[in-house]
Design a protein around this ligand. Sequence first.
Ligand code: 13P
Length: 355
Amino acid sequence: MTSRDLESVAQTLVAEGKGILAADETIPTLTKRFDTLGIKSTEQSRRTYREMLFTSPGADEFISGAIMYDETIRQESSAGTPLAEALTAQGILPGIKVDTGAKPLAGFAGETVTEGLDGLRDRLREYRGMGARFAKWRAVIHVTDTLPSSACVRANAHALGRYASLCQEQELVPIVEPEVLMDGPHTIERCEEVTGLVLHAVFHALFEQGIALEEMLLKPNMVLAGKQCDRQASVNEVATATLRCLRRHVPAAVPGIVFLSGGQHARLATVHLNAINRLPGPKPWKISFSYGRALQDPALETWHGRDENLQAGQQALYRRARSNGAASVGKYTDEMEEASPRVDDPPHRRDWRDD
Ligand code: 13P
């Protein structure tokens, strides 16, 4: 494989009108999601759920790649095909989460550093052999009036640089994910300030580690007010602040920016992505999605652990993928949501405003 191949994988992941399905929840996280719906979490039920997502008819029109967790990449479909192969057969590139989680940062209360560098080269080699073409590492940054500390930002940025470098060595496209959390009462202005300084530190670390920017994707948060902030920003404010922040801090050589949804309601994540893509002015990268909850929630609720709902679950995923595919080229409209409003847009979540 040459560096041109990695470039081409990165470009394929952000092909026109397409984005990424993040389905890489760890076992405890997926179990928590299942628990809220009364679904029993077993190796078998997790496999059935992931197979439902990965084999959704037509999803490949809007989904270029899917991120798996270690358990999933080792599982086989009900037909006996490894799930990575099932994805490839669908025209979806298999990806893998390779960090081992955000752990408390010693000496810095309330902050975390993401672990997983030890033995990473061998794990990447194994995943590449199992068909993975790209990888993901998530750094987590907490926001308060005084956090993040520069120690936390630098430790996480350094780890992202080391991870990205090992990925490129092992012929996997790194998705670099520094997530500034939306938990807390902070304002959108504070989120922009922190997101900017984190991106600055991350690209500095990527430069120091010699990362080929053409062969990676960035997975950032959008710039939003914290969930508990009294003043929630309008869609236009979010789009403007997000694009401004990215223009200031993300080099044009990066082929694509794929947002995480971060706990936003599924439809709002789509509306925001669409608004960002509709803003005028330079956008040197493709701007798309790598959503977990915002793509999966309606499908998970619809499936509810029942075999008889598998097809309806796949249709729910297809609808969210279609809406986000449209948003990634600024062509999303409300009318795309008319089907099944109960599941796609539960009334208790209509707590956002447009302007
Ligand atoms: P959310 O879209 O649910 O934030 O998940 C994206 C992801 O992959 C987090 O690492």
